[in-house]
Write a protein that binds this ligand. Structure first.
Ligand code: TEU
Ligand code: CA
Length: 546
């Protein structure tokens, strides 16, 4: 197995809208990020993944791009971007851009031209049909939108304002590669590729089976991992990626590990790693993710191990517990009440000792929690708003209260409340009115309270990141699960040459005992008061033998 810088890196994801506002308009921006680079350098991360910063009407907060060559006016200008890139590099931080190439905004010039007439050269940049099929969109409703002028329907797997690009058209691909080269030539360090597993569609566009409780066909079998996906990715690799030293991670919902390996095996020349969804899809119910179910630890371990093991022979895995689409890790998998600090550190330790490239989502390093939404008015996310309309207003599946509970535990806005910098008004995020409410717990949970406290969650992350940088075994060692049937204990070993690491983490609020005697010495723990064979609630220990 080859060593590579991107295998050894730790990535920090920034959702720019919610990170730091420099000019008081209530929206995070690029100058806001620039002023926090010291904070990130101090944490020790290597790479920043920037969620989209391109021009966008913000139907889906930048995942609907209207101009790939311009910066969103809310965030600043291209001059600000160039400054960010340069200063990030001065801080030893690489910049990975979000590449949203499955779809654009309907306000992109290509789409504006596409809908002008059937013989417009851009018509074929998107997917038009005279009749829709039964496919549903990820954000609810049909995946097809009628256009009166053309008397045709266009495909949008996400919002109505996010028409899918037609990758079958070589001109589309060439334009996208050209755009990617533009950013690479600026000196960016890589791409996180939005729903890249969905760019090749089954050209027969068959109707899809309708899941129980659903209104539309589930098109996954025809939109995910389609017939030409590998041809497209290899072409992209040839035309762009191979020409630069880039970090690439594909967001690949709907892929099994067997299929995912074909995207990342080194000799295939496609991507370097992908994001799996298996471990964040275990707490759904009859209506998708909108349920109160909690993830069972045995299921979680199985899902994670399947990927870790699958990638041991010539692939690479990404490690994450949350991101801008997921609820806060400490609320979802830990305890955001009494054991918030302990459990946040326990989750971090468990993830950062695994094999793969770890991702930290902004605020995770502070133990930021889910928000308690008490009215739909507080919600900003199109997915939440559409799901509420479908499940409460139209179909009466959930009461208002029930749905708000579901949003408070699973909704994407939990991750998008502003970063909590200090205990001043609006958590130091903005001097204006924030575009989305600040979590009221910012008075106690904030960066200023943690950066100089050696026992803080922030400094625990800092230690974990430093450990990874110091020990090859943490990056490259083989990983094997222990006590796989335990519902409260997440335990595993890492092995590399003669070295060995044993991780024992109590993912529960009760004491747990175990019988094995780990080899070596204590390397790190979230509670120094260690009793052999026993873990206090959310206590986690790591032993290292050289
Ligand atoms: O997400 C793709 C995706 O699969 C999401 O729809 C995810 O399933 C959902 O958010 C979970 O409830 C990417 C981006 O990460 C997301 O922010 C965008 O909304 C989406 O693509 C469309 O671009
Ligand atoms: Ca701003």
């Amino acid at each position: 197995m080859n060593k590579a810088w991107w295998k050894e890196a730790v990535v920090y994801q920034i959702y720019p809208r919610s990170f730091n506002d420099s000019n008081g308009d209530g929206i995070g921006d690029l100058q806001g990020i620039i002023s926090r680079l010291d904070y990130l350098e101090n944490l020790g991360v290597d790479v920043i993944w920037l969620s989209p910063v391109y021009a966008s009407p913000n139907e889906d907060n930048g995942y609907d791009i209207s101009d790939y060559y311009a910066i969103m006016s809310d965030f600043g200008t291209m001059k600000d971007f160039d400054e960010l890139l340069q200063k990030a590099h001065e801080h030893h931080l690489k910049i990975v851009m979000d590449l949203v190439a499955n779809h654009t905004s309907d306000e992109h010039q290509w789409f504006i031209d596409s809908r002008k007439s059937k013989d417009n050269p851009y018509h074929d940049y998107y997917i038009w049909r005279d009749q829709p099929n039964n496919w549903g969109s990820v954000f609810g409703g049909s995946a097809w939108q009628y256009d009166e002028n053309l008397n045709q329907y266009y495909l949008h797997n996400f919002a109505i304002k996010q028409p899918d690009l037609n990758w079958e058209n070589k001109a589309v691909r060439d334009d996208l590669y050209k755009m990617m080269r533009y950013w690479c030539d600026k000196g960016i360090d890589g791409f996180r590729m939005d729903v890249i597993s969905m760019i090749s569609k089954d050209q027969a566009f068959p109707d899809a089976p309708v899941p129980e409780g659903g209104l539309y066909g589930d098109s996954t079998a025809y939109t995910v991992d389609g017939p030409r996906i590998h041809e497209f990715l290899q072409e992209m690799n040839r035309e762009v990626l191979s020409k630069y030293d880039l970090f690439t991670v594909g967001e690949t919902p709907g892929l099994s590990v067997e299929r995912a390996l074909k995207y990342v095996q080194e000799d295939r020349h496609e991507l370097e790693m992908v994001f799996t969804f298996d471990h964040v899809s275990l707490d759904g119910g009859d209506y998708g993710k909108w349920s109160q179910k909690r993830t069972d630890l045995v299921d979680l371990k199985k899902a994670i191990m399947k990927w870790v093991k699958g990638c041991e022979n010539g692939g690479w895995n990404s490690l994450y517990l949350d991101n801008h689409d997921q609820p806060r890790a400490v609320s979802r998998f830990g305890d955001d009440g009494e054991y918030r600090e302990m459990s946040a550190k326990c989750l971090a330790l468990t993830l950062h000792l695994m094999r793969g490239t770890p991702y930290v989502y902004q605020g995770e390093e502070l133990g930021m929690t889910n928000y308690h939404f008490t009215s739909l008015e507080e919600c900003r996310d199109i997915e939440e708003i559409n799901a509420y309309k479908d499940l409460v207003t139209d179909r009466h599946i959930y009461s208002d209260q029930e749905m708000l509970e579901n949003i408070s535990s699973k909704g994407r806005d939990n991750a998008r409340t502003p970063m909590q910098w200090d205990d001043s008004q609006n958590a130091g995020f903005t001097t204006g009115t924030p575009w989305i409410n600040v979590n009221p717990n910012y008075k106690t949970i904030n960066a200023a309270a943690q950066v100089n406290d050696p026992n803080s969650i922030y400094n625990f992350y800092k230690q974990l990141i430093a450990l990874r940088h110091a020990h090859d075994i943490i990056v490259y060692g083989e990983m094997d699960l222990l006590y796989e049937d335990a519902h409260d204990l997440f335990a595993y070993t890492r092995s590399y040459n003669d070295e060995k690491i044993t991780v024992l983490a109590n993912w529960s609020d009760h004491e747990v005992t175990y019988d094995l005697t780990p080899e070596g010495d204590l390397l790190i723990t979230n509670d120094e008061d260690v009793t052999p064979h026993t873990l206090k609630p959310y206590q986690a220990v790591v032993y290292y033998k050289k």
